[in-house]
Design a protein around this ligand. Structure first.
Ligand code: SME
Length: 172
């Protein structure tokens, strides 16, 4: 049995602990926040079988001439047409402006949703904070309705917090 398959058949709680253990191991060896984000998206995409698209969007540095935008960072899954998203658009914009995790069980019923793939059915977006300010977010799409339960929220918030803590210590 492959490692990913083995993890997928574990009970939710022990799978979560296993993935967290792997996250804590990989954080030891990373040389930059960008590398940490790349490793996280790879690990989640590989191990969590309902996480069909996993990616970071990071807030671009503010400029006087342009409103702030979210720019696509490291991701795993099919290329998305949404490489830059303004803060008043999409589930991504909603999570960044509210500073709160947004879970959408059925994207077809949410008018805010910006389509990335026709197969996407549900989505979670978790903000990344540095010193209390939103600097980006971790966005995950699933081909399954209501894929994101309490334990998923806990895992994705844990990943976003790891990146926030790393960014506080080192620049991206
Ligand atoms: N669905 C997101 C856009 C990003 S793609 O899912 C990768 C949204 O509604 O903001």
């Amino acid at each position: 049995m492959t490692r990913a398959r083995e993890l997928s058949t574990m009970p939710a709680a022990s799978k979560l602990e296993d993935v967290k253990r792997e996250l804590n191991q990989l954080i030891q060896g990373v040389k930059s926040s960008h590398q940490l984000m790349s490793e996280i998206v790879e690990l989640l995409h590989e191990h969590m079988l309902k996480y069909n698209w996993v990616g970071f969007y990071m807030l671009e540095p503010e400029s006087r001439s342009q409103p702030p935008m979210l720019a696509l960072g490291p991701f795993q899954g099919a290329m998305t047409p949404h490489t830059r998203i303004s803060l008043n658009q999409g589930i991504c914009g909603a999570a960044a402006t509210s500073g709160k995790t947004v879970i959408v069980d059925d994207v077809g019923k949410d008018a805010r949703y910006l389509a990335c793939s026709l197969e996407t059915k549900s989505e979670i977006v978790v903000p990344v904070f540095v010193r209390g300010k939103v600097v980006g977010e971790l966005d995950i799409d699933s081909h399954f309705l209501a894929a994101f339960k309490d334990e998923d929220r806990e895992l994705v918030e844990y990943c976003a917090a790891l990146v926030g803590q790393h960014l506080e210590k080192t620049p991206a």
